[in-house]
Design a binder for this molecule. Structure first.
Ligand code: KIV
Length: 268
C-alpha cells in the first residue's frame, strides 16, 4: 500500500505520457544500489540495468557474456534503491531467441525476482512475436533498434546503422507489437527524427541526435569513470576517474608517511 508523503514512481503509462507532454525523458544505466539511489535522488525518469554491465562492470569486450542470473542479481539491487525512477532490466543474449514461451518464462523471472517495472530487448521486426507475447503476459517491453550490441558479430562491429526503411520498419513493428518505448542506438539524426515523428511511443536515443523523445547514456561514460574507449556521442559531465585516482593516491601517500590515521581518526 502506498505510504503518505512517499514519492510516486514513474509508471509505464506515465513514461509514454511524457512524450505526449513533449517532456524530454532522461534515462541512465546503473548496476548497483548506491549508484541507483543517487540517480533516483537526482531525478532521472528511468534507470536501465543494461547488459552493458558485461563491459562496464565485468570488463568484457562485448555484452554477450553477461548471464540472466547476473542481470537479476544487479537488477534487484537497483530496483530496491529506486524509489521514483522506473527500472528497466535488459534481457541478455540469448534469453529471447528461444521462442515466445521461453522468453515469457525468463522475462517473468526478471520481473518477479528484481521487482523492476519493465524489460528491454534488442530487436524490432525480428522480435515482433516475442514482444507481443511478453506484453500479452503483462510484461512491459522496451525495444532497441539501430546498433544492437548483442549482434556485434553479425553486424561486423559497432557501426552506425543507416538503412532508413529497415530502421523505421523495426520501430513500427515494435510499436505495433506493444512495446512502450524504443531505444535508438547509433543512427543518423535525420532518421531518428523521422522515426520519432512517426511513432506514438517514446524514442530514447543514444548516438541518435537531439530530436528523440529522450536520451540514455551509460552512467560510467557520463561520469568519466570509463577506462579505454569512450564513444564520440558521450559528453562527460564529471571526471570521477581522476577524482578517485587522486583521492586514493592521497590516502596511500598519507598512510606511507604515517599521517593517517591521526588522533582525530583514532579511538581514545
Ligand atoms: O546495455 C545498455 O546499457 C544499453 C544502453 C546503452 C541503451 O542498452
Amino acid at each position: 500500500m502506498a505510504q503518505p508523503n512517499q514519492k510516486k514512481r514513474l509508471t509505464v503509462p506515465g513514461f509514454v505520457d511524457l512524450k505526449k507532454a513533449s517532456r524530454k525523458i532522461c534515462v541512465l544505466t546503473a548496476y548497483d544500489f548506491p549508484t541507483a539511489r543517487l540517480l533516483d535522488d537526482a531525478g532521472v525518469d528511468a534507470i536501465l540495468v543494461g547488459d552493458s554491465m558485461a563491459m562496464v562492470i565485468q570488463g568484457h569486450d562485448t555484452t554477450l557474456p553477461v548471464t540472466l542470473d547476473e542481470m537479476i542479481y544487479h537488477g534487484e539491487m537497483v530496483a530496491r534503491a529506486a524509489k521514483s525512477s522506473m527500472v528497466i532490466v535488459d534481457l541478455p543474449f540469448p534469453t529471447f531467441h528461444m521462442g515466445v514461451h521461453k522468453a515469457v518464462e525468463l522475462a517473468g523471472r526478471v520481473l518477479k525476482e528484481t521487482q523492476c517495472q519493465a524489460v528491454k530487448l534488442e530487436g524490432g521486426q525480428d522480435q515482433q512475436e516475442v514482444i507481443a507475447g511478453l506484453v500479452a503476459a503483462g510484461i512491459p517491453v522496451m525495444a532497441h533498434v539501430g546498433l544492437r550490441p548483442q549482434s556485434v558479430h553479425a553486424m561486423g562491429g559497432y557501426k552506425i546503422q543507416r538503412d532508413e526503411e529497415q530502421l523505421l520498419a523495426d520501430a513500427l513493428a515494435a510499436q505495433s507489437a506493444g512495446a512502450f518505448g524504443i531505444v535508438l542506438e547509433c543512427i543518423p539524426e535525420q532518421i531518428a527524427t523521422r522515426i520519432t515523428a512517426e511513432l506514438d511511443i517514446p524514442t530514447i536515443g543514444i548516438g541518435a541526435g537531439a530530436n528523440c523523445d529522450g536520451q540514455v547514456l551509460v552512467i560510467h561514460d557520463l561520469l568519466g569513470l570509463t577506462s579505454g574507449y569512450v564513444p564520440t556521442f558521450v559528453k562527460q559531465y564529471a571526471n570521477l576517474g581522476k577524482t578517485i585516482r587522486d583521492a586514493v593516491g592521497n590516502w596511500c601517500q598519507e598512510v606511507r608517511d604515517g599521517e593517517y590515521p591521526d588522533a582525530k581518526h583514532s579511538f581514545k
